[in-house]
Design a protein around this ligand. Structure first.
Ligand SMILES: [Zn+2]
Length: 515
């Protein structure tokens, strides 16, 4: 039997964003949205319009952006479903409609809890009241859309409704009669076996008319969200609700990449641009401030590393093949350079730079990798393939203790006086400046101000050079993020003296900003 095309419905901007320590602003949300279009997801839940004015504005902004892109002929924008979440009440639904009505394919997504536990203890409503509310809400949403777009209904806590499935199914039938064309079955909290949940999903697929799209939305509380989502597809749930990097409340939503690759490996006709996965993951990690766990499937730094002899042997014998002895895919599938022996050639891109430097234990951003790529490309055109150590050399020169208009020489601390004397060169002219301040970093910031190169300190970390760097291991590594005129850079300073490492990091950052 031919498998249906899985419909990837991304909830990063709603479920993912609401769980961030520092939620994205509208401009940041737009960046993520454009990235989702590049990846090729078919639906995006852009927010919860009634949650706040800011949420409303960002839903509306993205809906309008989609419309203007679609008008200019952007196929992804023409086809993507843009949804706002709304609780099952008229105010929320009205607000959702007002925000997303501009999108070429608007969707109102309304929900109410259906588990006995939540109806009794959270909603404090009888099942009959819940049923009424659900039907009324879907009817209202449908009437607002007037045939433009569609209505999705979610039976919140579906996964916890093992003991009242009869009620849930009869409610869902009525909701479908009222006009919902997508029925979502969330495993709002993952509590039990995936196979029990998948069995519930199968019952709903069988009970509802064939024109209804069945969706699954799994949370990863017990680490099985991907399993539950993938298996649900094979019993007839064709809309898969996922998040980039598995972001989302608590332990996150189902990870988009894992589902996409598992389905691809199993022969499902996945229509995402899988080769954008790795780059997307790195960008989302940067934008969200949520690091990627080193052993995260597919995207963790360790995912492509083979340490034991037996594994290395198997890996090298099957290198370049679609199936590998010790890997689930040829990593080129997700746009990742799989370097069993890591090196850089003139064809290598920024993710190769990122991989090589990260493998040495240094942290860098994808933007920095991007800036280093052309330098390494030039070099490899002259020298041929560059070894990892050679790439590290370039990283050290270009990103650590960077010289520019300023050259740091020394700093002296006069104890008891809070006085710092800086010896340095500015535009080749030797200078000595004395600054009184509480601490050395404050003094150095004041120094920059006094010589007409003001910067703002964003973040500061004192570390040690990773052991994998044979030249500098064990020395102090200071990472300082600085900002000036809307440009942000990371200054890295290395020295066996902690104070000097700090000062070099600050000088480095200033040189990057003012060169
Ligand atoms: Zn959720």
């Amino acid at each position: 039997m031919e498998q249906p095309i899985p419909f990837f419905y991304d909830v990063t901007l709603r479920d993912g964003n609401q769980a961030l320590a520092k939620p994205w602003n509208n401009a940041e949300k737009e960046k993520v949205f454009l990235r989702l279009l590049k990846l090729g997801v078919q639906g995006v839940e852009v927010g919860f319009a009634a949650a706040s004015d800011m949420d409303f504005e960002s839903c509306k902004g993205i809906a309008q952006l989609t419309a203007s892109m679609a008008e200019k002929g952007d196929v992804a924008a023409q086809n993507v479903v843009v949804a706002s979440l709304a609780r099952a009440n008229k105010v929320d639904i009205q607000r959702a409609f007002e925000a997303i009505q501009y999108a070429p394919k608007p969707r109102i997504h309304t929900f109410i809890a259906v588990s006995k536990f939540s109806m009794e203890h959270v909603l404090k409503m009888s099942p009959e009241q819940v049923r009424e509310k659900a039907v009324e809400s879907v009817t209202f949403a449908k009437s607002l859309l007037q045939g433009r777009g569609d209505v999705q209904f979610s039976a919140e806590h579906f996964g916890d409704s093992l003991d009242n499935m009869e009620f849930v199914i009869s409610l869902l039938k009525e909701v479908v009669d009222a006009g919902a064309t997508t029925i979502n079955l969330p495993n709002t909290v993952e509590r039990y076996r995936p196979m029990l949940y998948v069995e519930q999903v199968r019952q709903v697929v069988e009970a509802l008319p064939k024109h209804v799209t069945i969706a699954v939305h799994c949370h990863n509380d017990l680490g099985m969200a991907t399993a539950a989502t993938v298996e649900s597809y094979f019993v007839g749930a064709t809309q898969l609700e996922v998040a980039l990097n598995g972001l989302g409340e608590r332990c996150g939503n189902t990870n988009a990449y894992e589902v996409a690759v598992a389905l691809y490996n199993s022969g499902a006709p996945v229509q995402l641009n899988l080769d954008k996965i790795y780059e997307t993951a790195l960008l989302v990690s940067q934008w969200s401030g949520v690091n990627i766990y080193s052993r995260a499937p597919l995207i963790g730094t360790e995912a492509i590393v083979h340490r034991s002899g037996i594994h290395q042997d198997g890996a090298s014998k099957t290198k370049g093949m679609k199936k590998g002895a010790y890997r689930p895919i040829d990593y080129a599938l997700i746009g990742r350079d799989e370097n069993d022996s890591i090196s850089f050639t003139s064809q290598s891109g920024r993710t190769a730079v990122y991989e090589i430097i990260s493998a040495f234990g240094y942290r860098l951003s994808l933007e920095e990798a991007q800036e280093l790529q052309p330098i390494l490309k030039d070099l490899s055109e002259k020298e041929g393939e560059l070894s990892a150590e050679r790439v590290l050399d370039v990283f050290r020169n270009e990103r650590c203790n960077v010289n520019g208009p300023l050259i740091f020489n020394n700093v002296e601390v006069l104890p008891g006086e809070n006085r710092f004397i800086f010896y340095f060169k500015k535009e080749s002219e030797a200078m000595v400046k004395s600054i009184t301040a509480e601490g050395p970093i404050e003094a150095c910031l004041m120094l920059m101000q006094s010589i007409g190169m003001p910067v703002e300190l964003v973040k500061y970390r004192q570390l040690v050079v990773p052991d994998s760097d044979p030249l500098w291991k064990g020395r102090g590594l200071s990472r300082i993020i600085l900002k000036a005129a809307n440009k942000t850079v990371e200054g890295r300073g290395v020295s066996s003296d902690t104070l000097k490492a700090n000062m070099r990091a600050l000088f480095s950052g200033v040189n990057l900003l003012y060169r």
